[in-house]
Design a protein around this ligand. Structure first.
Ligand SMILES: Cc1ncc(COP(=O)(O)O)c(C=O)c1O
Length: 400
């Protein structure tokens, strides 16, 4: 992962200079995004494809960079189908996620979604009924909720026990019977997305090895010939220790070895990662408005807050940031522990708790990194009706 802090900091300084009010903004480094995604996609084994889970961040310029670099997009609502189709009429789409409406399934059929990831027997029945009305055959994967021995306990687990996601393996025979009775449902294989926030490359490889073993077992048991397995997304970003990220190189080379060892070179293996692709290119910028000591603790009250950047509150971490010295002459605190808060009237509006700073001053800019996924788009923007942050895109190719 590449962080071009000096380029981002220069833009942050310009945004502060240009504004009348203290600054708060999202900055997205499209140059870094391109490099990151190209590196990931080019290191995948030949039979693997990377899709982007649009829910992580669907800002147009990010999607425009990703289109053509990734193999396609994973969408999880009718809104995402429409949003992506409007911009990329030809991009391969995978439609997953729970609670699909009939109208969304119909839209997926009309928009030529390549694969529908079916979440339940009920959804399969509804899709079968919709297909009866036309002459289209629809390829599908069944999303299964497995409990493999290697399932890691991350902070966000979508399977391995009672959850609303995927199909209980006990229902697989009933799903296969239904598919056998409706020739317009074309079963291409299985889908698994059991965890997010996976930081351990070896553990992720072990999980994939279990998926492959299960696929083989079902193929034998039910006489299936699967072309494809989707191993989901879920590769994490280490917010707590940003220097220790998921070891992508070890993972991609280990995956190549696993595929060879298992003789799976002819199976299409698809990923649908969100966070790991776009989190590193995004930054949230706040300006320090006030420094105050309250019952023995220091607080930096900043422009913006969790209504723009809910990630640290949602994940319960202190988000990493760098301090960029700002307008000179502001009140200053040195060698202190301080909590960084926003403008909301709630103690939950905290972005970093009790962190050590050498120096911090009113007018400084705080630049929060790793803010490109599940950040602005998951925030409760209307609370207190503060304005939206500025949004700025850095792109070296434009300057050239
Ligand atoms: C089915 C499915 N696929 C992919 C993703 C993307 O996950 P991540 O952003 O952790 O890679 C999610 C996230 O919730 C998901 O539910």
């Amino acid at each position: 992962m590449e962080f071009r802090i000096s380029e981002v900091a220069a833009t942050a300084a310009r945004l502060q200079r240009d504004g009348d009010d203290p600054v708060c903004a999202y900055l997205y480094d499209l140059t870094a995004l391109r490099r990151h995604v190209d590196r990931i996609v080019s290191s995948l084994p030949a039979n693997c494809e990377m899709f982007y889970a649009v829910k992580a961040n669907a800002e147009r310029p990010l999607l425009a960079e990703l289109a053509g670099r990734v193999h396609g997009f994973e969408v999880a609502s009718g809104g995402e189908i429409a949003w992506v189709r409007e911009q990329f009429p030809e991009a391969p789409l995978l439609f997953g996620g729970p609670g699909k409406l009939d109208s969304e399934l119909q839209l997926a059929l009309e928009q030529g979604v390549e694969l529908i990831h079916v979440e339940s027997l009920g959804e399969l029945r509804r899709l079968a009924r919709l297909l009866e009305q036309g002459d289209r055959r629809q390829p599908i994967l069944l999303r299964m909720n497995l409990a493999p021995p290697s399932l890691p306990r991350t902070t966000l687990t979508m399977g391995g026990g009672p959850t609303p996601f995927g199909i209980d393996p006990a229902e697989l025979p009933a799903c296969l019977d239904l598919i056998a009775s409706q020739p317009r449902l074309v079963l291409r294989g299985f889908h698994f997305h059991l965890v997010s926030h996976q930081l351990d490359a070896a553990a992720h490889l072990a999980l994939l090895a279990d998926y492959f073993a299960q696929l083989r077992a079902w193929q034998t048991e039910f006489g299936l010939a699967c072309e494809e397995i989707n191993v989901g997304g879920g590769i994490g970003i280490n917010y707590r220790e940003p220097q220790r990220q998921f070891d992508w190189d070890a993972f991609s080379s280990g995956l190549g070895e696993l595929i060879e060892r298992e003789g799976l070179q002819r199976l299409r293996v698809r990923f649908e990662c969100g966070r790991y692709l776009t989190a590193p290119c995004g930054y949230y910028l706040m300006e320090v408005l006030d420094l105050k000591r309250n019952h023995g603790q220091w607080f930096a009250v900043c422009r913006g807050g969790t209504h723009h950047f809910r990630t640290p509150a949602a994940q319960g971490h202190s988000h990493p940031f760098v301090r960029l010295p700002g307008r000179a002459g502001g009140a200053t605190v040195r060698n202190a522990r301080i909590s960084v808060v926003g403008q909301l009237c709630t103690p939950k509006d905290m972005l970093a708790r009790d962190v050590e700073v050498d120096e911090i001053a009113v007018g400084d800019r705080l630049l929060f990194s790793l803010a490109g996924a599940y950040a602005w788009n998951i925030s409760h923007q209307q609370f207190l009706r503060h304005p939206a942050p500025l949004v700025h895109y850095l792109d070296d190719t434009e300057a050239a």
